[in-house]
Write a protein that binds this ligand. Structure first.
Ligand SMILES: NC(=O)c1ccc[n+]([C@@H]2O[C@H](COP(=O)([O-])OP(=O)(O)OC[C@H]3O[C@@H](n4cnc5c(N)ncnc54)[C@H](O)[C@@H]3O)[C@@H](O)[C@H]2O)c1
Length: 454
């Protein structure tokens, strides 16, 4: 069995080792989970000359891929079609085809369960599914975001038990976090440096050979744990900094200071400052969830993660504060929330995406409805609300049409995400009570006392 890495400086040693495969033999990779992470990753490998087998339990996604139909807004159908036609990418639900490939990458969901604890069931089920088909020399890489120790303590035993093979001796095991920026075109994926940690030096070397085909810059670290911890640091960093500006937004608003103006001024500092922007709360599959993976694991080591908890508390309280600002704005027009018609603009969790997961817009809609408002939404990217894990009661609700008559019928408009496809000048012309959580109205001509930043 390969010896484990002893220190970060051990990479020279691993480079000198004889490779089990030359990089040209690492041609066939299976990507499991063809979602927001797995599909762009598959296409990145395919366009880099690696033949990709995409595996998913959802037959609709598999059919769409093979027909060259995109189900992710920022990926064009033509891009998928091109790779399918060239034979570089094929999708399937048949997991026994793992036998055909030299590497497997897992990109399955890692949500929180109803107690807000890590739910590794998708990873573990996938591992059980693929284990009987593993062969000697195969490389297995986990990309799903998770707490340090998952690859070694959770994934490894399931793979070993189901295959009868030993990780690090008979097959290679590694962890490499995904860093896709949703909404940004996939052609840039290969430019984003890729962090990789292996169970052993050989495992790391195999993972480097694979990812080196599709990514310009590789960032090897000493272990799977270090790679897992890197991803969590990145997302916790965002969560904490967003919480900081969210808190300052509330404090500065009480002082009559516009936090957006302050951030724009502060970011002119050429060193030691990085801008983060406030909003109506956290959304998406990563930032509201991933920090709690670490908090959970830290508790098992008797450690507290006070920054994570505090950031979670502040960010979670944002929708309440936004609704209180909306109440103030309506109050200024002698209207109560109860009975008012409120239009939420931008239901996706961030600008220019069609992703609804964990969107704070749902909390805003729920709070407003609870207080007796009649609510509706407009989102150019989400004509109808698809089923979500936590907000099923909104499933099937349709976006209103964008027209002067429709918008004028509302007492207030609440901007939750600032899509570029929305015409904010028209909004300014048609509505005299706008609650803006994204500073979207800053660039347009508005009338006095019609926009409330929140
Ligand atoms: N979306 C992002 O921007 C992003 C960024 C970085 C990291 N991540 C992480 O990547 C992982 C995947 O996230 P995502 O956004 O791609 O999720 P997703 O829900 O978009 O896609 C997951 C896919 O896995 C499939 N799947 C579920 N169970 C499966 C199984 N047992 N076998 C095969 N396929 C299965 C689903 O059908 C779906 O197509 C998560 O751990 C997430 O935290 C996501």
């Amino acid at each position: 069995m390969s010896r484990p890495l002893e220190s970060k400086t051990d990479f020279a040693h691993c480079r000198k080792r004889r490779r089990v495969y030359s990089s040209t033999r690492l041609m066939n990779v299976a990507v499991i989970g063809l979602g927001y992470v797995g599909l762009p990753l598959s296409l990145q490998f395919a366009r880099s000359g690696v033949r990709v087998l995409g595996l998913d339990i959802d037959p609709a996604k598999v059919d769409d891929c093979n027909a060259g139909r995109s189900y992710i807004q920022h990926i064009e159908s033509a891009v998928i079609e091109q790779q399918v036609r060239s034979g570089a990418f094929v999708a399937s639900t048949d997991f026994s085809r793992i036998r055909e490939v030299q590497a497997v990458i897992l990109c399955v969901p890692t949500p929180l369960n109803k107690h807000r604890e890590p739910d590794l069931s998708y990873i573990l089920k996938t591992a059980q599914c693929i284990a009987p088909h593993l062969h000697r020399g195969i490389l297995v890489v986990l990309e799903s975001t998770t707490y340090p120790g998952t690859t070694e303590e959770e994934l490894r035993p399931v793979l070993e038990k189901g295959s009868g093979l030993k990780a690090g001796a008979d097959f290679h095991l590694a962890y490499s976090p995904e860093r896709d920026d949703p909404g940004v075109t996939t052609s840039r994926l290969g430019d984003i440096p890729k962090v990789i940690g292996g169970l052993t030096p050989d495992c790391l070397e195999q993972a480097r050979a694979l990812y080196g085909r599709a990514f310009k810059t590789l960032v090897p670290v000493s272990s799977c744990r270090a790679a897992e911890a890197t991803k969590l640091l990145e997302n916790i960093f965002r969560s904490v900094n967003i919480a900081l500006v969210n808190e300052l937004k509330v404090v500065y608003a009480a002082m009559g200071i516009d936090v957006w103006e302050v951030i724009h001024a502060a970011k002119t500092k050429p060193f030691g400052f990085m801008p983060f922007y406030p909003g109506p709360g956290l959304g998406g599959h990563c930032i509201p969830i991933d920090p709690f993976y670490l908090a959970w694991k830290a508790r098992r080591h008797g450690q507290h993660t006070r920054f994570i908890e505090l950031a979670g508390e502040i960010n979670t309280a944002m929708p309440q504060w936004v609704v209180s600002r909306l109440a103030e704005a309506l109050d200024a027009r002698q209207k109560p929330i109860r009975g008012s018609r409120v239009l939420l603009v931008g239901i996706a969790y961030k600008a220019d995406v069609d992703d609804l997961r964990e969107s704070p817009s749902f909390v805003l809609l729920d709070l407003l409805k609870e207080r007796g408002a009649a609510v509706a939404y407009y989102d150019p990217h989400i004509p109808i609300i698809r089923p979500t894990r936590e907000h099923g009661h909104w499933t099937g609700t349709k976006s209103v049409e964008w027209s002067e008559k429709t918008v004028r019928a509302f007492d207030a408009v609440l901007i939750s995400s600032a899509h570029n496809a929305v015409n904010y000048q028209e909004l300014a012309d048609w509505c005299d009570c706008i609650i803006d959580t994204r500073n979207a109205m800053a660039a347009v001509k508005t009338r006095p006392n019609t926009v409330w930043k929140a």
